[in-house]
Design a binder for this molecule. Structure first.
Ligand code: SAM
Length: 261
């Protein structure tokens, strides 16, 4: 991340978990994780989770998918603490390692993971080409990269609606298009690159999330953080609807394989 204050501090974690479920800082819960991983067998595998957040998925990859070891990395201390606590609560601490890292090259030797996973975190990493090369480097030949991320439909100037949404998010998003992701993955050496547009799903899901924030549950959300904070979150969710409706904000699943030599 680009320095400055924390983006995922304790109140933000509390709010996002209330929207998306304990341990989840992104939408869709275990069902969406299952779609990202569809067809892959994690049993006995060593897995890297880039941007593990509060660790709900990192732990799930161990207790629900049978990974022998899951290494979750993140750049912020509060989410790393939350992820470690979550793994303990789920009884998978011996198989889940959480590491706070600096942004940039992945601090692992070449060919050290069977699968690299990431859920809605690469959006924070602007240099998609460097990231793709790093993921390729740490994967064993034959290994898979399976991720979900928040993309934008084009690499040109964002529309006025997108600029408004990004200003509301106040996160250091570095969104890129599916074409740029595909080029970055291919240039890194990946094959079998598949990108799947999740906009049709999230467009509807985000409308339901906004209805929850503004409906009878609002007082509950306000008790968790504050009325002011929830008003700000509602402005962000309102700003997100038009860019989802237009398709400019287009979450995708990404899948790619490091070929065997
Ligand atoms: C939207 S959250 C998703 C967390 C988790 N994957 C989930 O789905 O619940 C994005 C996470 O990416 C982390 N992040 C931001 N920049 C990062 C970087 N350069 N390397 C690793 N993680 C990063 C943030 O701190 C945050 O925890």
């Amino acid at each position: 991340m680009s320095g400055g204050g924390l983006h995922y501090d304790r109140p933000v974690i509390t709010f996002l978990e209330a929207v998306w479920g304990e341990g989840f800082l992104s939408p869709g819960g275990p069902d969406e994780v299952a779609r990202v991983l569809q067809g892959l067998d994690l049993r006995g595998k060593r897995v890297l989770d880039i941007g593990c957040g509060a660790g709900g998925i990192t732990a799930l990859l161990a207790y629900g998918y049978g990974a022998s070891e899951v290494v979750g990395i993140d750049v912020e201390a509060p989410v790393c603490a939350a992820a470690e606590a979550f793994a303990r609560r789920k009884g998978v601490s011996e198989r889940v390692v959480i590491r706070q890292v600096e942004p940039g090259p992945l601090p692992f030797p070449d060919r050290s993971f069977d699968i690299v996973f990431s859920k809605d975190s690469i959006v924070h990493i602007a240099d998609k080409e460097a990231l793709a090369a790093e993921v390729f480097r740490v994967l064993r030949p034959g290994g898979w990269f399976a991720a979900s991320d928040w993309l934008t439909s084009h690499d040109g100037e964002p529309s006025a609606e997108m600029r408004h949404y990004l200003a509301c998010e106040d996160l250091d998003f570095g969104m890129a298009s599916p074409a740029r992701y595909a080029r970055a993955l291919a240039a890194a050496g990946f094959v079998d690159v598949v990108l799947t547009d999740r906009n049709p799903w999230y467009r509807e899901e985000a409308a339901r999330e906004l209805a929850r924030l503004t409906g009878p549950e609002r007082a509950e959300f306000e008790r968790l953080t504050s009325a002011e904070d929830i008003a700000r979150q509602i402005r962000t969710w309102e700003a997100m609807q038009p860019v989802l409706a237009s398709g400019e904000h287009c979450p995708h699943h990404l899948r790619a394989r490091r070929p065997r030599p």
